[in-house]
Design a protein around this ligand. Structure first.
Ligand code: ZN
Length: 316
């Protein structure tokens, strides 16, 4: 008889549920919206309902499931499996005892960790970071997510919320952030920051609906030779590089992984970012350093959550 694990990746817009093998192969997945009513329905309620639907739809035999690994948005207290905080406001989320709720309902081992930390663990188990012991991963999207593996171990900190790289301040006189601070990395390095800067540039252009501006549009414009947009992208890449240079000097990684939708732009994003970083770091840090895009896409969180579950509970 085969044994499986359930992976649950809870993001700010949707929850992804999947069946994962002990080798990290994802058998089936499904996504469900969590912000359909702007979080009036608590996320955890939506997750429980979605799980019922997923289990019924796939005729899942729960006796073959050995545990539930959860990756979740926000600052996750990994020891208690609760939501300790968030950078922006999400109604009905802070304080949710995710681990206890799932444990009680399914009587299975449960582990919970932050989504960006799960992503780097997923890449370490089955993706770009296989075989690497010192890894920094940033996920470039609405914000910046981060995870750090140092000497073969995920940097977790006192309650498990370490690696909050998006809120690493890089500008003392900078922009106000949703976390209440100013000058945070994600205000300059996220896809949202890039899109906002391009919207500012194009807002008086009557031929363009600025609501349609996204990463894809921006890179298409560079391919078409739009020099003004190229300038904004260059500045954005420089901001991403600045943060990573600081982290490289602190952690001396062998690998920096870039995740998020924009990371599939190898030529227009990953290559110039790599060049910029190598231009700025001290020579001895270049030794054996690789900078590459993530390889698991949006399955990384699910994969990492199940890896955490297996190793925290000795389930293999
Ligand atoms: Zn912040």
């Amino acid at each position: 008889m085969n044994n499986f694990y359930l992976g649950i990746d809870i993001g700010g817009t949707e929850v992804k549920i999947g069946v994962v093998t002990g080798a990290g192969d994802i058998i089936k997945t499904d996504n469900f919206s969590v912000n359909f009513d702007n979080y009036k329905t608590p996320i955890i309620e939506t997750v429980l309902k979605s799980l019922d639907i997923f289990i019924n739809k796939n005729n899942l035999d729960l006796s073959t499931i050995l545990g539930i690994g959860i990756s979740a948005t926000g600052q996750i207290d990994t020891y208690n499996g609760t939501v300790a905080g968030t950078a922006g406001h999400i109604d009905n989320w802070i304080g949710t005892p995710i681990k206890n709720i799932l444990k009680e309902k399914y009587s299975l081992p449960v582990s919970v960790a932050n989504d960006a930390n799960c992503a780097v663990i997923g890449e370490y188990w089955r993706g770009s970071a296989m075989g690497c012991s010192n890894v920094i991963m940033i996920t470039v999207g609405t914000g910046i997510g981060g995870g750090i593996i140092s000497n073969g171990k995920l940097l977790s900190g006192k309650i498990g919320i370490a690696g909050e790289l998006g809120h690493f301040p890089i500008n003392i006189t900078g922009k106000k952030c949703s976390c209440g601070n100013i000058g945070c990395y994600e205000k300059y390095a996220s896809t949202t920051a890039l899109v906002n800067n391009v919207k500012d540039l194009l807002k008086s252009n009557a031929n363009i609906d600025i609501n349609n501006i996204n990463g894809k549009f921006i890179f298409e414009q560079i391919n078409l030779g739009n020099a003004d947009i190229k300038k904004i992208v260059d500045k954005w890449i420089e901001s991403i590089a600045m943060g990573l240079v600081g982290l490289i000097h602190i952690f001396n990684p062998e690998l920096v992984i870039i995740g998020g939708g924009v990371s599939n732009q190898e030529e227009l994003f990953i290559t110039p970012l790599r060049n910029k970083i190598f231009e700025l770091i001290m020579p001895s840090f270049k030794n054996g350093l690789k900078i590459s895009s993530a390889s698991l896409g949006n399955n990384a969180g699910l994969c990492g959550a199940v890896y955490n579950l297996i190793y925290e509970n000795n389930l293999l």
